[in-house]
Design a binder for this molecule. Structure first.
Ligand code: MLT
Length: 406
């Protein structure tokens, strides 16, 4: 009889956002007349910017003409997009990143989940707690995380770096030595960032200890403060210790279009191999390239017209963040995040657990958020709201929350 990968059997329950979707579905089926406002998963609501739609239309027309038709895309991405990214996202910010160090993919989630494959099976991973669940779950699937302690919500072979109000949600260097360090900055879910000095500490630590930083910068477009780096490659020394993940989902609304990229400097080497060539090998074997139409659409993200339109879109979501932040404060909550990130992280009132607050908010205000404990044990007692809703829904949700008594 065939056997399944037993590591999958260790995964507790379903993926966080699938669990939430199921709960909301059963609530809406039982209460069809209630208008539920979804501020749970960080999914965008604004349409694609006109410059992107125009580029997409043009690419669609090219696909309909035998002279300009495109079949398989190059597996690592079209040169035109890799060049543009290297120039506009990196070189213009003073980062020494070349086009052939950019790997185009169908999104940062896949890359964050897949990257662990190219590292040794016995690598120790360190994650912030709370954490974007993909980092941990993908390592569970690979058999790297040991045993799950259900009562504590932790894995025996994962180094957790608690991020709570006490340390301003900033991870501290771990006592145990990790091989792979996952950092998400600006952070999902807490909305916190690292300034230049704080990030330099991590780069120096990784170089000294021989660790790799897996740096998820999916929310980079939301950075508003001056001293916050947009890329880890702004920090000297990062080329020998870091990989960066970027997404077009949050800066350009591509959650349903799918596109992202990973930056692996050629200087990132272990004692026996260059990581760059391993990822190229993996990508070439398991990925057939992101669609031409989508990569052409992404070019518009870097045009003057596209940049101006997307700046407005990001500002729209950040106004929502402000509305949520201020509204919650007014309602008496302790609130964090929302300044350099589209996520607002709040303390649940009294001694309500995160899931109790989820149920209470869904039932009494018909508002959906994300329970902090779903991101890890240090998220217990916290709750995440996203700024990616429409303005109308965000305002209505805040009105409902303000009118509640916990
Ligand atoms: C989230 O809500 O945390 C994000 O939407 C997840 C993602 O980007 O995959």
């Amino acid at each position: 009889m065939f056997q399944v990968n037993e590591n999958y059997l260790k995964l507790p329950g379903s993926y966080l956002f699938s669990t939430i979707a199921k709960k909301v579905k059963s609530y809406t089926e039982a209460n069809p007349h209630r208008k539920v406002i979804r501020l749970g998963i960080g999914d965008v609501t604004q349409p694609l910017a006109p410059a992107i739609i125009k580029a997409m239309h043009e690419a669609v027309d090219e696909m309909g003409d035998v002279r300009t038709f495109h079949g398989y895309a190059p597996d690592l991405g079209y040169g035109f997009l890799r060049e543009e990214i290297a120039k506009k996202d990196y070189q213009e910010r003073g980062c020494a990143i070349e086009a052939d160090e950019i790997f185009i993919s169908d999104g940062a989630k896949s890359d964050c989940g897949n990257i662990q494959e190219i590292f040794a099976a016995d690598s120790r991973i360190a994650v912030c707690d709370p954490v974007y669940p993909v980092y941990v779950d993908s390592n569970v699937m690979a058999g790297r995380t040991g045993e799950y302690d259900e009562a504590k919500g932790i894995w025996s072979n994962v180094i957790y770096m608690p991020c709570t109000a006490e340390n301003h949600f900033v991870p501290e260097l771990p006592e145990e030595r990790p091989d792979l360090i996952y950092l998400c900055v600006p952070n999902n879910p807490t909305g916190t960032t690292l300034n230049r000095e704080q990030l330099k500490l991590w780069v120096d630590y990784a170089n000294e200890t021989g660790a790799v930083i897996l740096y998820d910068a999916a929310y980079e477009a939301y950075i508003r403060e001056e001293d916050v780096p947009h890329s880890i490659f702004e920090i000297p020394g990062a080329r020998t210790c870091a990989i960066e993940f970027r997404s077009f989902s949050k800066n350009a609304g591509f959650t349903g279009v799918r596109l992202g990229f990973t930056v692996i400097p050629k200087d990132l080497k272990s004692s026996n191999a260059a990581v760059h060539s391993l990822w190229a090998r993996r990508h070439g074997t398991k990925f057939n390239g992101a669609p031409y139409i989508v990569q052409k659409a992404a070019m518009a993200v870097y045009s003057d017209e596209g940049k101006a339109q997307l700046k407005e879109q990001v500002a729209y979501y950040m106004s929502n963040a402000e509305l949520i932040y201020e509204g919650l404060k007014e309602a008496g909550y302790q609130v964090y995040g929302g300044v350099n990130a589209p996520y607002i992280w709040l303390k649940t009132p009294g001694d309500m657990t995160s899931w109790e607050f989820f149920d209470w908010l869904l039932e009494s205000a018909n508002v959906v958020g994300t329970p902090g404990s779903g991101f890890g044990p240090s998220g217990e007692g916290y709750f995440r709201l996203t700024a990616f809703g429409t303005r109308e829904n965000t305002m209505e949700a805040m009105e409902r929350i303000r009118n509640l008594k916990a």
